[in-house]
Design a binder for this molecule. Structure first.
Ligand code: DAH
Length: 347
């Protein structure tokens, strides 16, 4: 029995010294003092001993028990101390974090561009007019000389609003396909003369890819008054292009059909990449279209209650997302809406 007790003492003292974690020590404690632990089972054998032996073994057993308990406690404190020292050694040097520059937000490329253009046109005497995104067919099409069921409506892939629960005839409410709705509204209100602009979102039922988005911006202007001519249109378009692309920017007017203008034109800019020689970006033509424009059609004056004999006007709808793509070599129009930080931080 004495040997057994000293063996336990020796083995467990070594184990305790070698233990590296509190968890390991807990295991050792249980193996000794837990239910069916070595020191828990041993006293059950004392009954087999003679009274003499019992007198010797009893105190020895108690001494070893206390000694092992104490050794565990001492080792426990050592381990605690070591892990504390480790923590202190690993302490974070927060001084470094003060050197990290705070990231600062900035305006989105499209918003910067909007500000620049709005500033320019405000200086030219234009005021901003916001028209609704959810619009009536009347202002998006009808008063713009695009009657119901007219084939020219197919020029716009329109997203219609389900009005079945609103008691509104189907096809009357839509997401505006262009910003031209702003001037049909202004004219119907009789607010002439007009020198107004809108830089805002439009929506179309598009198959989304690198060049097409269901949501995009347009910059539209309308000037209505007496003796407005194509020369005014050319002057304004040059002002805009030279501001965006620099003094050397060149543009041309090409006849193009839009139901609400006569004559209608497509405004092309000389390709900024190849300067007219023809490259991949301008599909070899040397030019790229940036706007639709023209002189407001007499029918639009009639439909909005104006006198076509007295009133003249010009309007254009310009694609700022497109020109930003060309100016900065942005390959995918979807970047404008995605909020990808890598893209946003670049501009
Ligand atoms: N609203 C036309 C479109 O989105 C663009 C346009 C063409 C606007 C001619 C105009 C204009 O003001 O005169 O396709």
């Amino acid at each position: 029995m004495e040997q057994k007790i000293s063996k336990i003492e020796k083995d467990y003292s070594e184990k305790i010294q070698k233990a590296q974690s509190l968890k390991e020590l807990d295991g050792i404690f249980l193996a000794l003092f837990g239910k069916n632990g070595e020191l828990d089972l041993l006293p059950k054998e004392f009954s087999k001993l003679s009274p003499d032996e019992r007198c010797r073994i009893g105190p020895l057993f108690n001494a070893v028990k206390q000694e092992l308990e104490k050794t565990i406690e001492v080792r426990r404190n050592e381990i605690r101390e070591q892990s504390y020292i480790k923590l202190v050694d690993e302490k974070l040097d927060l001084a470094e974090t003060t050197q990290i520059k705070q990231r600062q937000g900035h305006l989105h490329l499209a918003t910067q561009f909007k500000k620049e253009i709005i500033d320019l046109f405000e200086n030219l005497g234009f005021y901003q007019f916001d028209a609704p995104h959810v619009e009536w067919d009347k202002y998006n099409f009808e008063t713009l000389n695009i009657p119901k069921d007219h084939p020219s409506k197919d020029m716009w892939d329109t997203l219609y609003i389900d009005t079945s629960k609103l008691g509104v005839e189907p096809g009357q409410m839509l997401l505006r396909t262009h910003t031209s709705n702003f001037w049909s509204r202004l004219m119907e209100k009789g607010q002439t003369p007009i020198r107004a602009m809108s830089f805002d979102r439009c929506f179309r039922y598009e198959a989304v890819d690198a060049r097409h988005s269901h949501t995009f911006n347009q910059f539209e202007i309308a000037v209505v008054g007496e003796n407005i001519t194509m020369a005014n249109l050319k002057y304004l378009s040059d002002c805009l292009l030279k501001t965006i692309l620099g003094e050397e920017a060149k543009s041309r007017f090409r006849p193009k059909y839009y139901p609400f203008v006569e004559p209608g034109v497509g405004i092309d800019s000389l390709c900024v990449f190849c300067h007219g020689k023809g490259c991949k970006i301008c599909s070899g033509t040397g030019w790229f279209e940036i706007a639709g424009a023209g002189m407001i059609h007499p029918n639009v004056f009639k439909l909005t209650g104006q006198n076509p004999k007295k009133c003249t006007g010009l309007a254009w709808g310009f694609g700022p997302d497109r020109i930003l793509m060309l100016k900065h070599g942005i390959e995918d129009i979807r970047y404008f809406l995605e909020g990808d930080l890598k893209f946003l931080q670049k501009y």
